[in-house]
Design a protein around this ligand. Structure first.
Ligand code: NAD
Length: 698
């Protein structure tokens, strides 16, 4: 239940916002705050008012539980609360600690004074939802903080510690302790002035002479940094209006806010925001499921993945036992971890001391016995079921009772791996992505017998190391790579039919993908896909593959690591350069299979590749491999460079409409060489199309 507590500190009324978890400004809270402000104003014993937050923070802003519900726009609005505070005859001072974001910061900007704890994080993150601050933030923050710093905060959406915002008039004081005491002192001082409090954040500011130049430069930068995100540019437009009349600026801000609310970009970004939260909920694992303490982590294998996996835990202050089979592999792994940290230190992200602290948490060993005290052990050895068998049997023998045994396998059957132990309920998949210390996505693979406790623990742990965890059932490739295989197949067919790898990459990158499929394959190693295809030719002979990529691999063109793949690379450079040898290879291949090249449009490239993701996703939903459509979107947003402002492949499909999606797939099926079996709309999609419903309404 939202509450606002009032207590008296001599002649100052201290109002405490109490609405867990983030003291959000929901409808009831808005009402209660107005009532508390009115009561304090009417109380003759009160000379001034301080507003603070209960618990760990001031306020996180809007109450996201109201998003899309009538309460969100019901009266009184946040703007009304701000007006009541601003026009109070008694000075109102905000005492800010913990976090003060969005509407929380906008409220404090309407107060007559603000005091913050040095470590408090303040920010206006609305652009991350494709919106802009809609309660005066774009008008008051530039007046309080100056144009340039306000633009930094509003256009990036990133929070900043109060200590970095001492300059300007945002805070009357930044203190190291007793923020409420300091706020009370300021409130009394303002009351002593005797007049009505000054409305300084409404005054027309002295614009710096270079204001227009600055705004122009920021627009240019925003266009480059955030292509296709209208919110960033509109935020600058609104801030520009803060140089003039306050009310006119407020009107423009309102107008732009509602215009942005209707954009597909904002719709997609809000979807992604909720998708991330939804992914944390695991079916059959209630919120009160006990979690096991994880204080010591073990990692087996110090190769490409093992070292990066270990770094995640070292970064979070957890000690890691790293076990290898061979001394030189162990040394190489340790050296890689150190060199990654040293690179961060060179970029100023870590101090030399922090590098040493993290390295000191790492306990290398060649002996499995060293894993005995670990609470969680993650296996990252060769992708070979026999090797996994040997490792899991040894883990089963040494691990303590209750330890969680995780595998980082990309393709192998987790249930088979769990079956190598006498404790399959303790076995889970933790599928990290490369580089494991950087990539946000973690697919948590739920085996047939994985216990609820183990899942709850791993999901919680994932959040504590900054990962976005999505649960997947057991299947080849899990959610992400299973879909990617078909995306890659389509990219290869498109080249077979007449596009060039450069055209395919450019079309998808222009559309918003961080990296086109050929550049991505060169980065990951073309040999990985080759190995998978060789297996498929035997296991799934009915699935069609272009053999073009095999020819490339037969020439040893594995990508960046061999200096040549779909592109060529100069030594020491990652720049993908077109290669006439590849062009010749493609021409020869088309000749050999009797295809004459045709012009392929960028639209066809994008649609065939993205719809391939969509159709496979629908099969994944049908099989229950993913718990919900938004989880699939999250996998692509967090792990595959899918543009946030498109909301994920299934949000994109919903924007096209299920009927039109199915229709387009049937068109692809009818094309010569069109892979009709694949393009038959999956039953899940066909059912949606029959009702005209979307993946996210289902
Ligand atoms: P890698 O070859 O780079 O490293 C594997 C390491 O395991 C080697 O250093 C090897 O010495 C060690 N090892 C082998 N047998 C061992 C044993 N019995 N005991 C201890 N150490 C042993 O492989 P990788 O790329 O790090 O892949 C590891 C796992 O992660 C595989 O299951 C792979 O499918 C999966 N994975 C890889 C990627 C990727 O992009 N490379 C991404 C996700 C998942």
């Amino acid at each position: 239940m939202p509450k606002v507590h009032t207590r008296l500190d001599l002649d100052v009324a201290v109002l405490t916002l109490d609405n867990p978890p983030v003291n959000g400004f929901g409808l009831e809270q808005r009402r209660l705050l107005i009532e508390a402000l009115d009561q304090a104003a009417a109380d003759p014993a009160v000379r001034a008012i301080v507003v603070t937050g209960a618990g760990a923070l001031f306020s996180g802003g809007a109450d996201i539980r109201e998003f899309g519900k009538p309460e969100m726009i019901a009266s009184p609005h946040l703007l009304d609360v701000l007006q009541v505070a601003e026009y109070s005859a008694k000075p109102v001072v905000a005492a800010i600690h913990g976090t003060c974001m969005g509407g929380g910061l906008e409220f404090s900007l309407a107060c007559h004074g603000r005091v913050a704890l040095a470590g408090a994080l303040v920010g206006l993150p609305e652009v991350k939802l494709g919106l802009l601050p809609g309660s005066g933030g774009t008008q008051r923050l530039p007046r309080a903080l100056g144009l340039a710093r306000a633009l930094d905060l509003i256009v990036s959406g990133e929070p900043v510690p109060a200590a970095q915002l001492r300059e300007g008039a945002l805070f009357d004081a930044v203190v190291d302790e007793d923020v409420v005491g300091a706020a009370c002192a300021l409130a009394r001082q303002l009351a002593q002035a005797g007049q009505r409090p000054r409305l300084r954040e409404r005054e027309v500011p002295d614009a710096p002479a270079s204001a227009q130049e600055l705004l122009g430069a920021r627009r240019e930068l925003a266009r480059r940094q955030y292509p296709r995100q209208p919110a960033r540019l509109h935020a600058i437009d609104a801030v520009a209006a803060s140089l003039g009349d306050f009310e006119a600026g407020m009107e423009l801000e309102r107008w732009l806010f509602f215009a942005l609310l209707a954009t597909p970009e904002s719709h997609a970004m809000r979807h992604a925001f909720f998708a991330e939260r939804a992914a944390a909920h695991v079916r059959g694992v209630p919120a009160d499921t006990p979690v096991r303490p994880v204080r010591l982590v073990g990692v087996v294998g110090a190769g490409t993945m093992g070292g990066g996996i270990a770094m995640n835990f070292l970064n979070a202050g957890l000690p890691v036992v790293l076990v290898e089979a061979r001394q030189e592999a162990l040394e190489r792994g340790l050296a890689t971890v150190r060199s990654n940290y040293e690179a961060s230190a060179r970029r100023g992200r870590l101090s030399a001391e922090q590098v040493e602290q993290r390295m000191a948490l790492l306990r290398p060993s060649l002996d499995f016995e060293a894993l005995a005290p670990c609470d969680l052990i993650i296996e990252a050895v060769f992708e070979d079921l026999q090797v996994k068998r040997e490792v899991f049997q040894r883990l089963d023998a040494v691990a303590r009772e209750g330890a969680i045994l995780a595998s980082n396998t990309s393709t192998l059957d987790l249930d088979a791996i769990a079956g190598f132990t006498r404790r399959p309920a303790d076995v889970v998949g933790m599928h990290f992505f490369s580089p494991a210390n950087v990539m946000k996505l973690l697919e948590v693979v739920r085996g047939g017998q994985t216990s609820a406790q183990v899942l709850a623990t791993v999901m919680r742990l994932a959040r504590s190391i900054g990962k976005t965890a999505v649960v997947s059932g057991v299947c080849d490739g899990f959610i992400g790579n299973r879909m990617l295989e078909h995306y890659g197949r389509m990219a290869h067919f498109l080249v077979e039919e007449g596009a060039s790898p450069q055209q395919v990459d450019r079309a998808l990158e222009d559309w918003g993908m961080a990296m086109g499929p050929f550049r991505m394959s060169d980065l990951a190693g073309n040999d990985i896909g080759w190995a998978i295809r060789k297996r498929r030719y035997v296991d799934k002979p009915q699935v069609r593959y272009s053999r073009l990529a095999d020819r490339l691999c037969e020439l040893g063109r594995f990508g960046q690591k061999t200096g040549a793949g779909w592109y060529r690379y100069e030594s020491g450079s990652r720049e993908a350069l077109p290669d006439p040898e590849v062009d010749a290879l493609i021409r020869q291949y088309r000749h050999d299979i009797g295809v004459s090249a045709r012009a392929v449009s960028d639209r066809e490239i994008v649609e065939r590749c993205i719809y391939a993701l969509v159709n496979e996703a629908a099969r994944i939903l049908e099989e229950g491999i993913a718990q919900r459509a938004s989880d699939i979107d999250m996998v692509y947003l967090a792990g595959y460079g899918f543009p946030l402002w498109r909301g994920g492949p299934l949000m994109w499909a919903d924007m096209q409409g299920s009927y039109m999606s199915a229709r387009r797939m049937r068109e692809f099926a009818a094309q010569p060489g069109g892979d009709a079996a694949f393009w038959e709309p999956a039953p899940w999609l066909a059912r949606l199309a029959a009702r005209g419903a979307g993946f996210h309404e289902a």
